[in-house]
Design a protein around this ligand. Structure first.
Ligand code: TRP
Length: 338
């Protein structure tokens, strides 16, 4: 019955904590995608190795991220959720596609250039060939759509070029995927610097809320959130250019409560920022509470997580291996007889 659904695939690098920004801006809308698409999501642990990781942290974060996605509503019965390194075909096709991706193409990737600047002491081969592995991640599943942010569009373009190149050499093998621009939910900004996005990997922490933050930490951060110096009856009003801090808080409050900006303005008429910030903090605490509790439950239940990973990897492997076998044959590798 899933036969006619279009396929969608995305990888998420376990290199940082999930924030309120990624939840309200994106993940919150992913549960409903499964009705329309056949969705694959994997934790891109192999990609995380391109920058130096603490092994224990990487292991914990990979599982935590998976648990958090499920807690955010990604139903493992309706989506295929797995860990990249569990499906060997990724690394295998990654090698093959390395041989069909040009040095010049890889040299032009802006993410490679940025990351080489940031990690000048560790410009390793994996950082350079990252896009070939990403192409393999994608092409193995023959997806129609790859939802990515702006920073990854260039990699999807390269994936399409590599797929075309391969298809031209060997005949139709890979479906050419389209980048998918997801419907954006709230665009949540840093609480202390409301002109920049709430980032995943900013370690300072006081301007960003992560999904696992305790209620008291959430409240503390919201009480310190930057607003402006306006006073008077109507200081809580939506004017993003003039009052970015307040607009950000209103946006968060709207996303957590379902209220409109007009309703919020009415609700806080005659009240100062103090009361407003507390209300926003409380709405966030209540939004995140069930997610945090559910993710913690999964993290304690090793059997559940293991079963989840195994089932997901088995489903993924079935599709991935089909593509890999085709590719091996086309490029001239001798079939293994066992
Ligand atoms: N490169 C992506 C990022 O940094 C993660 C990723 C790895 C990915 N493989 C993918 C995304 C395949 C989409 C499809 O965010």
């Amino acid at each position: 019955m899933d036969e006619k659904k279009k396929v969608m695939l995305s990888g998420i690098k376990p290199s940082g904590d999930l924030t309120l920004g990624s939840y309200l801006g994106a993940i919150k809308n992913w549960a409903e995608r499964a009705e329309q698409f056949d969705c694959y999501y994997f934790m891109a642990d192999l990609h995380a190795l391109t920058t130096r990781q603490n092994p224990a942290d990487l292991r914990r974060r990979t599982l935590e991220q998976l648990a958090q996605y499920v807690a955010c509503g990604l139903d493992p019965e309706k989506n295929t959720l797995f860990i990249q390194s569990h499906v060997h075909a990724h690394a295998e096709l990654g090698w093959i596609l390395n041989c069909y991706t040009m040095f010049g193409e890889l040299s032009r990737m802006t993410q490679f250039k940025d990351k080489s600047k940031k990690n000048a002491d560790n410009i390793n081969g994996g950082l350079f060939t990252y896009p070939s592995l990403m192409a393999a991640d994608i092409l193995l599943y023959q997806p129609d759509y790859v939802p990515v942010g702006d920073d990854q569009k260039q990699h999807v373009e390269l994936t399409r070029d590599v797929a075309h190149r391969f298809n031209n050499l060997y005949g139709e093998t890979f479906k050419i995927p389209e980048p998918y621009i997801p419907k954006v939910g709230a665009r949540v900004m840093d609480l202390l610097d409301p002109t920049s996005k709430m980032s995943k990997s900013d370690d300072i922490g006081n301007g960003r809320i992560v999904l696992m933050d305790k209620p008291e930490d959430i409240m503390r951060k919201f009480k310190r959130a930057v607003t402006d110096s306006e006073t008077g009856e109507h200081c809580v009003r939506y004017a993003p250019d003039e009052k970015p801090g307040v607009a950000n808080l209103m946006q968060i409050y709207a996303a957590c409560t379902g209220k409109t900006y007009d309703e919020i303005e009415a609700e806080f008429t005659g009240q100062g920022y103090g009361a407003f910030k507390i209300a926003v903090g409380e709405s966030v605490v209540e939004t995140l509470r069930p997610i945090r509790e559910e993710a913690q439950r999964y993290m304690k239940d090793k059997g559940y997580l293991e079963a989840l990973c195994r089932t997901g990897a088995e489903k993924a492997e079935y599709i991935a291996n089909k593509t890999l076998r085709k590719v091996y044959k086309k490029v001239g590798l001798v079939a293994a007889v066992r």
